[in-house]
Design a protein around this ligand. Structure first.
Ligand code: F6P
Length: 344
């Protein structure tokens, strides 16, 4: 009987998930495996909601954003009884291995589940936030970064014509990778990230400096998780999701208000939100997702479980899932200092 591999995609959707699914199916089938798609992340394993994946139902998806399997932020450790249901269904489905595609939450749950006895788990790192450790990059980040950069390019037009300060709020809960790199690529005049408290006086100094040399507009990029020196993260609502996260959003508005009040310069805010998670994956993300998918099947084939596919330089390697989720990968301060050369 063919060995059965289950695959699930959990957490926030992101461009590049479908290339992973396609690659797992193509490589898996060529190795003689049966591939079971688990719908909506861990929720699908708790509810036994699956679909058999084959070459036909996974063709034509390489260029599509999102995930054909659906996703959720369901945490199998949140509700009593869910973990048992998950274990029972894993058995019922006769799965020999599981490929979990996700970020810190999904892979964090995977690391725990391994300890509960479902040992044959392999991880694939996904998140537009790029904050997973042990990999140089997660797929989804490059597309999000390019989308944010294009938006910054467009906002430049209005900033310049109307002589305004444009604050652009991008995603990035604990790590400011999108803000930093889209700001660098888009020529932002100030970039604010969760790793460094916002010094509003310093921000205004940079903006005045530009005005004083005749540049009557500026672009300020701020990550949603950034916070004022004496403040906390600005949230849309205090309600926590299953993994204990609040819904972020709003720091851009508070920042714009503060800038206008202090400088007198007309200031507007644009919140990019889920625009950054949507759309077709970039070439980089399609290729990275594909390579990760192939690697994940190779890990299963070699019974190298508890490992996550990862990018190291130009090579695909594997690392312990546990290591990858232990600490978040925050921004490289050397890169931030490079961006800082262009502030003001
Ligand atoms: O984890 C990626 C991410 O895009 C974060 O940057 C953001 O805070 C969060 O997801 C938003 O999640 P949701 O789609 O559940 O609002």
């Amino acid at each position: 009987m063919a060995m059965k591999i289950g695959i699930l995609t959990g957490g926030g959707d992101c461009p590049g998930l479908n290339p992973v699914i396609r690659a797992v199916v193509r490589k898996g089938i060529s190795e003689g495996y049966e591939i079971v798609g688990i719908k909506n992340g861990w929720k699908g394993l708790i509810e036994n909601d699956t679909i058999v994946l084959d070459i036909n139902n996974t063709s034509g998806i390489l260029h599509k954003g999102g995930t054909i399997l659906g996703t959720s932020r369901t945490n199998p450790y949140k509700k009593e009884g869910d973990l048992q249901k998950l274990k029972d269904n894993y058995k019922k489905l006769n799965l020999d291995a599981l490929i979990a595609v996700g970020g810190e939450d999904t892979l964090g749950a995977a690391a725990k589940i391994i300890k509960e006895g479902i040992t044959n788990v392999v991880g694939v790192p996904k998140t537009i936030d790029n904050d997973l450790s042990s990999t140089d990059c997660t797929f989804g980040f490059d597309t999000a970064l390019n989308t944010a950069m294009e938006c910054i390019d467009k906002l430049h037009t209005t900033a310049e014509s109307h002589h305004r300060i444009m604050v652009v709020e991008v995603m990035g809960r604990h790590a400011g990778w999108i803000a930093l790199e889209s700001g660098l690529a888009g020529g932002a005049d100030v970039i604010l990230i969760p790793e460094l408290p916002i010094d509003i006086d310093e921000v205004c100094v940079f903006l005045r400096k530009r005005h004083n040399r005749g540049k009557m507009f500026s672009i300020v990029v701020v990550a949603e998780g950034a916070q004022f020196k004496e403040g906390s993260m600005v949230t849309q609502e205090e309600k926590l999701d299953a993994f204990g996260h609040v819904r972020l959003g709003g720091i851009g508005g508070s920042l714009a208000e503060e800038i206008e009040k202090r400088t007198g310069y007309e200031t507007r805010v644009t919140v990019l939100g889920h625009i950054q998670r949507g759309g077709t994956p970039s070439a980089f993300d399609r290729i990275l997702g594909t390579r990760f998918g192939v690697k994940a099947v190779e890990l299963v084939k070699n019974k190298t479980y508890g490992r996550m596919a990862a990018l190291s330089g130009l090579k695909i390697i594997d690392v312990p899932i546990e290591e990858a989720v232990r600490v978040l990968k925050t921004v490289d301060m050397e890169l931030y200092n490079t961006a800082k050369v262009f502030f003001g």
